[in-house]
Write a protein that binds this ligand. Structure first.
Ligand SMILES: Cc1cc2nc3c(=O)[nH]c(=O)nc-3n(C[C@H](O)[C@H](O)[C@H](O)COP(=O)(O)OP(=O)(O)OC[C@H]3O[C@@H](n4cnc5c(N)ncnc54)[C@H](O)[C@@H]3O)c2cc1C
Length: 413
């Protein structure tokens, strides 16, 4: 940080996740001075989703970066299946989407964020500060003018024309700004652990339903990142039953892992990730805008939160970049317009997640004898043409955004 521990910028973004890094990149690309503050030392944390949506490939194409992006190691899947009692049920087919790459990508999120960082750092107005934890807001004259930041060298300040809270579902900024959070209530949590992957294992399986148990498995080449879905608050009970019983449950839901589950040595190898679905009544206050999970925490169900975070960032950049250039300060009317544009797409998807929590996941977790997929999944499997609809919702979402910000490097408008 600067010597007097104070920096000034046009836009200060708290959080270097998908929303914060995408917004930082787009604003810097448009010639706007931007600082992204990330509390961790790197992007290398494993409790992130890996999905790259068809809409994100499309954005990379519009940014003229698709070719380079596709060089980052990743997998592409054209259909989305769940496995019920060892029988695959195909529920989405991305092949018919009207986008440049009609497939769902799977790329460790740290690689995706590093790619955005590399692109953003081509622009001199971009600054990313790692190990910088935002701790509060600086207010004055009826608006938020910056943030306080805790770093190894002590307390710092960043003053900005606009502060963007992209600090995720536990956002400190939305709390400090007293923005009202409306929680939707979620019946599930996730136990997150890894097991080695062997060459003859089944291909990427996004959801396995078996004997009242549910697990999502992400193929990360030499290991499976496993997300075992449990009833909310059920973690303590599972731990009390012992690690051996836990391994037995995992073997029931993914029998091919038998013989490898000793790798999960103790509860230290298993992280509890609590799941929330909530939204802010108002995404902004004078001088502050919330985007991504800070504005609307998403459940992992359907793997759509990253898409929404990125789409929020694109919409915010499209709607705000001119005002940064022309007026400096961003007025509340514009922030309201960002919420208005993004509110429906996020609330629509959240309502679908809540429906799936209650009508599919909770039902399956409660009824251990139920081995059949729900009727809508059976219909999707039986009539493939119907699979275009979930592909559209999961892969692109509602009201997809497109790049309308200029590139100062190429002089495009
Ligand atoms: C278990 C689980 C699995 C999921 N899997 C998927 C999936 O496969 N696909 C999908 O699309 N979605 C998934 N989601 C949802 C998805 O993770 C979120 O919707 C998405 O990450 C939101 O992006 P974001 O940038 O808004 O926030 P985040 O990704 O949460 O990023 C916020 C960033 O801010 C940083 N930060 C936090 N506080 C501060 C602070 N005070 N100062 C500075 N920095 C701070 C954090 O370190 C982080 O880097 C999953 C969610 C969960 C809980």
């Amino acid at each position: 940080m600067a010597q007097n521990n104070e920096l000034t910028t046009s836009c200060c973004i708290a959080g270097g996740g998908p929303a914060g890094m995408m917004l930082g990149f787009l604003l810097a690309r448009a010639g706007i001075d931007v600082i992204v503050l990330e509390k961790h030392a790197d992007f290398f944390r494993d409790f992130r989703g890996d999905t790259i949506h068809p809409s994100t490939f499309q954005l990379m194409f519009e940014l003229d970066l698709l070719e380079e992006f596709l060089k980052v190691p990743h997998q592409e899947i054209e259909t989305f299946s769940a496995v019920f009692n060892n029988e695959p049920v195909q529920i989405a087919n991305f092949r018919h989407l009207n986008v440049v790459k009609p497939a769902l990508g799977l790329m460790p999120q740290w690689d995706f964020l590093k790619f955005l960082q590399k692109q953003a750092e081509r622009y001199p107005t971009f600054r990313l500060v790692m190990n910088a934890e935002v701790t509060g807001v600086i207010s004055g004259n009826g608006r938020i003018n910056g943030v306080t930041v805790s770093r190894a060298d002590g307390e710092n300040r960043v003053l900005a024309n606009l502060v963007v809270a992209a600090d995720g579902r536990r956002s400190i900024l939305r709390e400090k700004a007293n923005l009202k959070v409306i929680s939707s209530g979620v019946p599930i949590d996730v136990l997150w652990f890894r097991v080695s992957r062997l060459g003859n294992d089944p291909a990427q399986i996004l959801g396995r339903f078996n004997a009242g148990r549910i697990m999502v498995m992400l193929d990360r080449n030499d290991y499976w990142q496993c997300a075992y879905i449990i009833k909310k608050g059920g973690d303590e009970h599972i731990r009390q039953q012992g690690i051996q019983m836990f391994r037995h449950d995992i073997e029931l839901v993914a029998p091919f892992l038998a013989g490898r589950l000793e790798e999960v040595r103790s509860w230290d190898d298993i992280k509890l990730l609590t799941v929330d679905v909530d939204h802010l009544e108002t995404w902004y206050t004078s001088g502050l805008l919330c985007i991504g999970d800070a504005a609307h925490a998403m459940s992992p169900v359907g793997g759509v939160g990253i898409n929404l975070a990125i789409q929020d960032a694109v919409a915010a950049a499209n709607m705000l970049h001119k005002s940064f250039k022309e007026q400096g300060l961003i007025e509340a009317d514009l922030l309201r317009a960002v919420q208005k544009r993004r509110s429906f797409p996020t609330r629509f998807i959240q309502q679908l997640q809540i429906l799936l929590h209650n009508k599919v996941i909770q039902v399956h977790l409660t009824d251990k004898m139920n081995t059949k997929p729900p009727i809508f999944m059976r219909l999707l499997n039986a009539f493939p043409i119907l699979q275009r609809l979930p592909a559209r919702v999961l892969g692109v979402g509602v009201r997809p955004e497109h790049i309308h910000t200029p590139d100062t490097a190429s002089g495009t408008k």
